[in-house]
Design a protein around this ligand. Sequence first.
Ligand SMILES: Cc1cc2nc3c(=O)[nH]c(=O)nc-3n(C[C@H](O)[C@H](O)[C@H](O)COP(=O)(O)O)c2cc1C
Ligand code: SF4
Ligand code: SF4
Length: 277
Amino acid sequence: MAKTVIFYFTGTGNSLAVARRIAKHLPDAALVPMLKVDAMTYIGADTNRVGLVYPVHMNAVPRAVVKFIRTVNLVSGHYVFAVVTHGGMPGMAGLHMYDVLKNKHIGLDAYFEVEMIMNTPKGVAPKPLMRLDWELDITPDVINPKLKKANFQAERIARSVLGKERKNIYSLASKSKSIGYFLMNMLWCRSEESRPRLDFILDDCCTGCGICEAVCTTNRIKMIDGRPEWVIEDCNYCYACFNYCPVQAIGVKYYIKKLGRYHHPQVSAADIASQTK
Ligand SMILES: Cc1cc2nc3c(=O)[nH]c(=O)nc-3n(C[C@H](O)[C@H](O)[C@H](O)COP(=O)(O)O)c2cc1C
Ligand code: SF4
Ligand code: SF4
C-alpha cells in the first residue's frame, strides 16, 4: 500500500493535473479517484499522508467530494491535506472543507489553493452572474501562463506535504468563528438540500460519438438512437460533457456559443471516464 494516497475528483482535468504533479514529487504516492467504488481500500496500514484534490464549486466543496468524505475512513495519525483548484474566486471553500472534515472528527493539517482556468460560463448561476463572454478566459494567452504557474505551485505543495507542514489551518480555524462563516454555513446547508437544475442544450452538429456519455461522472447521460439524453437529474456539475464534446454540440442555457471549450491539455476524455470505472 502507498504511503501517500491522493484522492481526486475532477470534471475537466485541472484537479487531476495538479494531483499528478504533486504525486510525481512524492515518493510512493498513489492517485485514486474519489468516485471509484473501492477507493477506500487504497488506504493501508502503511499510509500516513492522505490528500484530497478537487475543484471549487460555487464557493464550496463539490457535492461528490462531500459525499466521499462522509464515507471515508481516516484515522488519527494520518496527515490530511486538501488542495483545491479554482477559477479565481475560491471564496470560503477552504472553510467548508475544514467544516466537513470536522463533522467527521477529522483534522485538516494543510490546505492549499491553486488558481487554474474557470471551466464554465457559470451555467447554474442566474443570467446576470454568468460569464457570457467566457470564451475570453480560454485563449492560449490566458491558459498557458496560468497552467505554468500552477505547476510550480503544485511542486511547492509537494514539498510542504513531504515535510508534513501545517499550512493555512490557523486562518481557517479563526474564520470558523466569524459571522461570514455562519452565513456561509446556512448557504452550504441549504445547497445540500436543494439541487439546482442544470439543463444542457444539444446542437444538431452532434455526431453521436458517445464521449459525453463516457465522461459523465454520474451516469446521467445515455445514448439513445445515436443521440445523448440526460436521463436523470443527478448531476455533479462537473461540466465534463459540455467541455469534452469534440464538436461543441453541448451548450448550456444562455451559452451555446461554439467559440471553444476548456479542458486541461494533458487530461483526456478517457482519463475523466476512468474515474468511475
Ligand atoms: C459548477 C461549477 C462551479 C464553480 N464555482 C467556482 C467558484 O465558485 N469559484 C471559482 O473560483 N471557480 C469555480 N469554478 C471553476 C472551477 O473550480 C475550476 O475551473 C476548477 O479548476 C475545475 O477543476 P476540474 O477541471 O478538476 O474540474 C466552478 C466550476 C463549476 C463547474
Ligand atoms: S460528445 Fe458531442 S458529438 Fe459526441 S455524442 Fe456527445 S454531444 Fe454528440
Ligand atoms: S451531466 Fe455533464 S455536468 Fe452533469 S455529471 Fe454528467 S458530465 Fe458532469
